[in-house]
Ligand binder design. Structure first.
Ligand code: AMP
Length: 455
């Protein structure tokens, strides 16, 4: 029987030490500056440590990576070995993610959390050379983060063996369980012992996926941090009704208007097609905005270089298809613009989840052509709220311009609204130079999908 849990606020005095983490893990947590578990962590971690299967629905940016990585590290710690023999380092925990970028990001966190333990961590994903990954897998890895296709390549080459996996984690599980991934996933799962602990995490779970997920889980605890399919409360959502042919200009107007308001230049703009993505990035460049495009036609190295440029603040606007919609954690990303609405309403939740993360304020702006009204209605139905329609802000003060375009976003009394505006502007403009972006932590050379701790 499954237990439904609605998450209460985290107790005031709850700390990571209360969970019984071993000293090397606690030290790494403290080094990250985490003083208090987030709600999903507070609820999920005890169950994971007790060996229960978990189905966790958590908003993006709520700390769900640590919610599964930390207790898994604690669980495999007694088996960690300082021996150099690869046989002493079988894959014990496998994290599968739908995108390479998300695999990279989860691995980035896992390395930090495992750094004071003997647990070896590695990440493998496609689009990059296999040889470095092969060498690492041969030398032995306990915690492996992977995308399904590349993992199957390693399995075929006999460089990955899943026969000793005890922990299976599906991140962004709804995408992992949808039709495109399901065959690969089923093959991988058939190679993992049935006697295992399985954790499923995602921001959204459709009823069909919930049903399918049950077949992989044993007596799971279901944890929902927030109402399902909701965006974080820290995200202000605005709709601008704009005919398709005027959308490029509208993006430039919105970005320039934000700059004039003293807000950060940084934004992610989502498009539905790869061609549209490249074209829009070029148009922004022509409009004087430093922009780069990432989509599935770019090589993995290019994708990662552009992402790093964006994260380090060398580039102001990242134009992306849904390769970037899920899981990417870019600290305090102030603004997401949907150049088109996605065809799937749940993808909208994921896209706008790139902003308003970890309690920061964010704006999610969608440009909607009248032909997209049906998609908009689907989104409003999913989120169970009507989104605010506003004219496009025009820095030149043209027709339809709204000089106070930020204030009505909050729909409060004028005093409150202006207080909010100044707070959110200050929040993004406070750090000069590169206000809201965490510094790049790795060189592109390290981004080859094979790096590991203690190889
Ligand atoms: P995630 O939802 O896993 O992508 O995490 C979002 C962000 O929250 C990441 O930058 C984490 O480093 C950060 N984070 C995770 N747990 C905590 C915590 N307990 N306290 C503060 N920040 C955290």
């Amino acid at each position: 029987m499954s237990t439904e849990q609605n998450i209460p606020p985290v107790e005031e005095d709850l700390t990571f030490a209360n969970f019984g983490f071993a000293e090397p893990i606690l030290r790494a947590i403290l080094e990250q500056g985490y003083t208090k578990p987030t709600p999903i962590q507070a609820q999920a971690m005890p169950h994971v440590m007790q060996g229960r299967d978990v189905m966790g629905a958590a908003q993006t940016g709520t700390g769900k990576t640590a919610a599964f990585v930390l207790p898994i590290l604690q669980n495999i710690l007694p088996l960690a070995s300082s021996s150099a023999s690869p046989a002493r380092h079988p894959i014990r925990a496998l994290v599968l993610t739908p995108t390479r970028e998300l695999a990279d990001q989860v691995a980035d966190n896992a390395f930090k959390y495992a750094k004071y333990t003997d647990i070896r961590t590695a990440v493998v994903f496609g689009g990059v050379d296999m040889s470095a990954q092969t060498a690492l897998l041969r030398s032995g890895v306990e915690l492996l983060i992977a995308t399904p296709g590349r993992l199957l390549d390693h399995i075929t080459q006999k460089t990955a063996n899943l026969s000793q996996v005890q922990f299976l984690i599906l991140d962004e599980a709804d995408r992992m369980l949808d039709m495109g991934f399901l065959p690969d996933l089923q093959r991988i799962i058939s190679l993992i012992p049935a006697q295992r602990q399985t954790l499923l995490f995602s921001a959204t779970f459709s009823p069909e996926i919930k049903k399918l997920a049950q077949s992989y889980l044993r007596d799971p605890v279901t944890i929902e941090v927030a109402r399902q399919n909701a965006a974080a409360d820290t995200v202000q959502q605005i709709i601008h009704m704009v005919p398709s042919e005027q959308k490029k200009d509208a993006v430039i107007k919105v970005l320039n208007a934000r700059i004039q308001k003293g807000l950060s230049r940084q934004a992610i703009v989502f498009t539905n097609s790869r061609i549209g993505c490249s074209k829009l990035a070029s148009a922004l460049e022509r409009g004087g905005i430093k922009a780069g495009a990432i989509h599935g036609d770019k090589s993995q190295i290019e994708r990662m270089q552009i992402l790093e440029s964006f994260k380090s603040g060398k580039m102001d606007v990242l134009v992306a298809t849904d390769v970037a919609a899920r899981g990417l954690d870019i600290a305090d990303m102030p603004c997401v613009i949907n150049h088109e609405l996605p065809f799937n309403a749940e993808d909208y939740v994921h896209r706008i989840g790139r902003t308003g993360r970890a309690g920061a304020q964010g704006d999610a702006i969608a440009l909607v052509d009248p032909s997209e009204e049906r998609l908009l209605a689907d989104i409003e139905k999913l989120m169970n709220r009507k989104l605010v329609r506003m004219p496009v802000p025009d820095p030149a003060g043209g027709a339809g311009a709204d000089p106070f375009f930020y204030m009505p976003y909050r729909a409060k009394d004028p005093q409150e609204a202006s207080k909010d505006v100044s707070t959110s502007s200050a929040a993004v403009a406070a750090k000069p130079g590169n206000p809201s972006i965490k510094p790049a932590t790795k060189s592109v050379g390290a981004l080859l999908g094979a790096f590991a701790k203690k190889p």
